[in-house]
Ligand binder design. Structure first.
Ligand code: C5P
Length: 238
C-alpha cells in the first residue's frame, strides 16, 4: 500500500497505545483512512461492520505493512467452534482478538490461540448493560460484581487482557494484576463530541487510570484531518 511503511519497534511502542476503530463500511474506505493517517498510527480495530463487509481481508494486508490489527468479533459459541475461529483469526495475523468472558469460551480461545502471537481479550459485561438488563437475562449479580468475577476468571484461564469501560479499569486491574492488558473504548479527546458514549474519559485520564490501550473511533474517522487528531491524542498519552 502506498504510504504505509513498516514501523520501527521504537516508534511503535507509544503509538500502540492508541487503537483506531475502522468503523467504516468497506475495505476501500478503511484503506483510504489508513493511508491518510499514514505512519501516525500503528494499531487499527476491525469490528462487525467492516469484517462482515469483507474487511477481514485487510488483516494480513495491514499486518504485512507492519501495522497491528485488533479483530473485535466478540466470539462466543461451543468450545470447538470458538477454538477453530480463534485459530483462523490468529492465522490471519490478528494482534488482538475478543471473546466473551464465559469460562468455557475463554478456555477454548486459549487452546485456539496456542503459541501464536495473537493476544486474547475478554469482554466482561457489555457496557450497554445495567443491573436490570442483567436481571432480565437471568443474572443475579450486579454489574461491578460480574465484571470482577469475569476478570478474575479471565486471568485464571490465561486470557491476555480485558476490554472494559474506562471507569471499571481500576477494579479490573485489582483482579488481573499488571501482566495483562486493559483496553477501553469510550475515550474522547477534550473538546470533542461524546456522541452516544455516556461516561467518557480523555486520553490523559485513561493513561492516569492505568489503561494500556485506548480505542477511539468517530473523533478520528469523522475528522477533517484524521492524522492530526491521532497525533493530538498520542501527545496526550506520552
Ligand atoms: O466511535 P467511538 O470512539 O465511540 O468508537 C468506539 C469503538 O469501540 C467502536 O468500534 C465501538 O464498537 C467500540 N465499543 C464501544 N463501547 C463499548 C464497547 C466497544 O464504543 N462499550
Amino acid at each position: 500500500m502506498p504510504g504505509l511503511k513498516p514501523t520501527t519497534r521504537e516508534m511503535s511502542d507509544t503509538r500502540d497505545r492508541l487503537i483506531v476503530a475502522l468503523d467504516v463500511g468497506t475495505p476501500d474506505e478503511a484503506l483510504a483512512l489508513v493511508e491518510r493517517i499514514g505512519n501516525a498510527a500503528s494499531f487499527y480495530k476491525i469490528g462487525y461492520r467492516l469484517a462482515y463487509a469483507g474487511g477481514l481481508s485487510l488483516v494480513p494486508r495491514l499486518a504485512s505493512a507492519g501495522l497491528k490489527v485488533f479483530v473485535d468479533l466478540k466470539l462466543h459459541d461451543i468450545g470447538n467452534t470458538v477454538e477453530d475461529g480463534v485459530r483462523a483469526l490468529s492465522d490471519l495475523g490478528a494482534a488482538f482478538l475478543t471473546v466473551h468472558a464465559y469460562p468455557q469460551t475463554m478456555r477454548a480461545a486459549v487452546r485456539g490461540r496456542g503459541s501464536s502471537g495473537s493476544r486474547l481479550l475478554a469482554v466482561t459485561v457489555l457496557t450497554s448493560y445495567d443491573k436490570s438488563d442483567l436481571a432480565e437475562a437471568g443474572y443475579a449479580l450486579d454489574v461491578p460484581d460480574l465484571v470482577a468475577l469475569r476478570a478474575r476468571q479471565a486471568a485464571e484461564t490465561g486470557i491476555d487482557g480485558i476490554v472494559c469501560a474506562a471507569f471499571e479499569a481500576e477494579a479490573v486491574r485489582r483482579e488481573i494484576g499488571t501482566g495483562r492488558a486493559i483496553v477501553t473504548p469510550g475515550i474522547r479527546p477534550s473538546g470533542s463530541a461524546a456522541g452516544d458514549q455516556k461516561r467518557v474519559m480523555t486520553p490523559a485520564q485513561a493513561k492516569a487510570a492505568g489503561i494500556d490501550h485506548i480505542v477511539v473511533g468517530r473523533p478520528i474517522t469523522g475528522a477533517e484531518d484524521p492524522r492530526a487528531v491521532v497525533q493530538a491524542i498520542l501527545a496526550d498519552l506520552v
